[in-house]
Design a protein around this ligand. Structure first.
Ligand code: ATP
Length: 329
C-alpha cells in the first residue's frame, strides 16, 4: 500500500477534498490515506499552523493532497513546498467545452519556480513606516526550474517555452533568470523546441489577447502566482485549475484556489480543481488510466453544464461530484 497524506485544511478546502476523496475511493487504488491537520484551524487548536507531527507524517508518505489554508497559507503551503523541496509548481490551463469564455482553445502549462523569489519570507521593518522585502533569485534554482520546463516540453511534445521576467527593471534578479534561460534554451534547440521571452507585464496583455502564442511558460515564483490566476480567468475561473508541486522525491497536489471564505460552508464550491489535482497525483504516481478516467468524467460533466454556480450551473458541490462519480465508473 502507498501512503498518501491528505490535508483538507480551511474554508472550501474541506469541501473540495471530500469531493475528491469520494472519486479516489471509487477507483480501487492501492493507497492508504493518512488524514492530517494544518491551516488556520490547526493553528487555533495546536498553536502552530503546520504542527510538527503533521510534517513528520507527511514525510512518511509518497505524496500529499492539499485542500487550502486561509490566513496561515504562508506558514503551511509555502513552508511545505520549501521543506519538501518541491521546486516546480505546474499549473495546466486548458479550455473546457461548455464553459463560455473569451477564448475557447487555450492550452498552456505554467511552470512556476516554487522555492525562492519574494516568497522566501525575508521581510523587515527598517524604521517607522518603512519596510523592505528581499527577492532571492539564484542560478541553481533558476537552472533547475528552466530545465524542468524544457524537459516537460520535450516529454509532452510541446513546441515552445516562453520565459516571463522583468529584466529591464530588476536587472540583477530577473537578469540572472533571463541569462540562465537563454543558456538552457540553446541546449534544447536541437530538439526543435523554440524559446521566447516577454516582460511579464506585456506577457499578461498577450495572455488575454492571444493566449495561443503560449505553450509552456516558465517564470519566477511571484509572477507565476499572479499569471496563473490571470490564466484561470481565461478558462473559467479558479474553481477549474489544478496544480502540482514536484520535487526530486515528493509531490504535493492542490487546487490553485485558496480557502475562499466568501463561499465556504455554502456547499457551492466547484470541486473540479481539487479533483483534477488528484488526477495529476495519479499521473505522477504512474496510474495513468485512472487519471484519464477522472479527467474524461470531469470534462463530460462540465460540457453537459452539470456544474456549480461559478460556471453558471445550479448544482451543489456534492451533486456535481456525484455526476462525476457516475461517469468515472
Ligand atoms: P488565496 O489568497 O490563498 O489564493 P483567497 O481566499 O484570497 O485565497 P481564492 O480562494 O483563491 O482566494 O479565491 C478567490 C475567489 O474565487 C473566491 O473568493 C471565490 O469567490 C472564487 N473561487 C475560488 N475557488 C473556487 C471554487 N472552487 N469554486 C467556486 N469559486 C471559487
Amino acid at each position: 500500500m502507498m501512503k498518501i497524506a491528505v490535508i483538507p485544511g480551511d474554508g472550501i478546502g474541506k469541501e473540495v477534498m471530500n469531493a475528491s476523496m469520494l472519486i479516489l475511493e471509487k477507483l480501487d487504488l492501492p493507497f492508504e490515506y493518512v488524514w492530517l491537520e494544518a491551516g488556520d484551524e490547526a493553528e487555533k487548536k495546536y498553536g502552530k499552523a503546520l504542527p510538527d507531527e503533521t510534517l513528520e507524517e507527511i514525510k512518511r508518505c509518497k505524496a500529499l493532497l492539499f485542500g487550502a489554508a486561509g490566513e496561515s497559507a504562508a506558514d503551511v503551503i509555502v513552508k511545505l513546498r520549501q521543506e519538501l523541496e518541491t521546486y516546480a509548481n505546474l499549473r495546466p490551463v486548458k479550455s473546457f467545452k461548455g464553459v463560455k469564455t473569451i477564448h475557447n482553445n487555450v492550452d498552456m502549462i505554467i511552470v512556476r519556480e516554487n522555492t525562492e523569489c519574494l516568497y522566501k519570507g525575508l521581510e523587515f521593518g527598517v524604521s517607522e513606516g518603512v519596510t523592505v522585502g528581499i527577492r532571492v533569485i539564484s542560478r541553481e534554482a533558476s537552472e533547475r526550474i528552466i530545465r524542468f520546463a524544457f524537459e516537460l516540453a520535450k516529454r509532452d511534445k510541446r513546441r515552445k517555452v516562453t520565459a516571463l521576467h522583468k529584466a529591464n527593471v530588476m536587472k540583477k534578479t530577473c537578469g540572472l533568470f533571463r541569462d540562465v534561460f537563454r543558456e538552457i534554451a540553446k541546449e534544447y534547440e536541437k530538439y526543435g523546441i523554440e524559446s521566447e521571452e516577454y516582460y511579464v507585464d506585456a506577457g499578461c496583455m498577450y495572455m488575454v489577447m492571444k493566449p495561443n502564442i503560449f505553450d509552456v511558460i516558465v517564470t519566477t515564483n511571484m509572477f507565476g502566482d499572479i499569471i496563473s490566476d490571470l490564466a484561470a480567468g481565461l478558462v473559467g475561473g479558479l474553481g477549474l485549475m489544478p496544480s502540482a508541486n514536484i520535487g526530486e522525491e515528493y509531490g504535493i497536489f492542490e487546487p490553485v484556489h485558496g480557502a475562499a471564505f466568501d463561499i465556504a460552508g455554502k456547499g457551492i464550491a466547484n470541486p473540479t480543481a481539487m479533483i483534477l489535482s488528484s488526477a495529476m497525483m495519479l499521473r505522477y504516481l504512474g496510474f495513468l488510466d485512472e487519471a484519464k478516467r477522472i479527467e474524461k468524467a470531469v470534462e463530460k460533466v462540465i460540457a453537459e453544464g452539470k456544474t456549480t454556480p461559478d460556471l453558471g450551473g445550479k448544482l451543489k458541490t456534492i451533486d456535481m461530484t456525484k455526476e462525476i462519480l457516475k461517469n468515472v465508473q
